[in-house]
Write a protein that binds this ligand. Structure first.
Ligand code: SAH
Length: 232
């Protein structure tokens, strides 16, 4: 019996060392906890979104000093007054788009590049626009380094969309405009969907579906995003 207890203790200690803070297995464990504790219990069911959240190394998209809290239930600062969104919000918005493998998706507000990486795990092509040049460059460098070949990052004003690459099957907006940007609606395919936070201080996340005669607008949940800047 003593021998069994001894072996059990040794195993637990070894596991602790193996999972020590800062190692890949530590972060993998944290990712699993993030999904099990923050995402699934809040109702996200889409297996594509869940698998992507389990796979993408969120800790590599936050500043070095914040790596150990990368998987906590909150947004984190990424410099230049901007934030990487809370994991649940990333999963929720991804699920809301109802993505298919063949889709071409546009993201407005690249920020850290994390949401773009989540999308790129699911769909064929991701185009993402960031207005702050150093953030766009850093995200591009990181996504290249991680081997994402199906993401194109551009520095510019996403309020105007990306006409040359339109139409898109889906658009995800991760900075809040005060009203729905008409140019983005125009660049959506018929039947395509867009998730967008609308409002100044208090915002509501909307799911917009482009129809033959216009748009359908469905409120989802209250959210808090950084404001979309337009025409810098
Ligand atoms: N999706 C990001 C988080 C977004 S934070 C991530 O996964 O990390 C919102 C980002 O939108 C900020 O980086 C901000 O600079 C950017 N932004 C604000 N207005 C914009 C605009 N008009 N066009 C493109 N990006 C914009």
């Amino acid at each position: 019996m003593r021998r069994i207890i001894f072996i059990a203790i040794t195993l637990v200690l070894n596991l602790e060392i193996f999972c020590a803070a800062g190692t890949e297995s530590f972060f993998e464990e944290r990712r699993k906890m993030m999904v099990d504790e923050q995402i699934i219990p809040r109702g996200v069911k889409d297996s594509h979104a869940i698998n992507a959240m389990l796979k993408v190394p969120r800790h590599l998209f936050v500043p070095d000093g914040l790596k150990n809290i990368a998987y906590e239930d909150r947004p984190l600062p990424i410099g230049h007054g901007q934030t990487i969104s809370q994991p649940y919000i990333v999963a929720f918005m991804t699920e809301a788009l109802g993505l298919k493998k063949q889709d071409k998706v546009l993201e407005i507000g690249t920020g850290s590049g994390y949401q773009a990486a989540i999308l790129a795990e699911i769909v064929r092509e991701v185009y993402t626009i960031e207005i702050i040049p150093p953030l766009a460059e850093e995200a591009k460098r990181k996504l290249d380094e991680l081997g994402y070949r199906n993401i194109t990052v551009k520095c510019g004003d996403g309020y105007l969309g990306w006409k040359e690459k339109a139409p898109f099957d889906a658009i995800i907006v991760t900075a809040a405009p005060e009203k729905i940007p008409q140019m983005l609606v125009e660049q959506l395919k018929e039947g395509g969907q867009m998730v967008v936070p609308i409002g100044a201080f208090f915002q509501e996340l909307y799911l917009i579906t482009k129809t033959k005669d216009g748009i359908e607008k469905k409120p989802l949940i209250p959210v808090r995003f950084v404001p979309m800047v337009h025409g810098r």
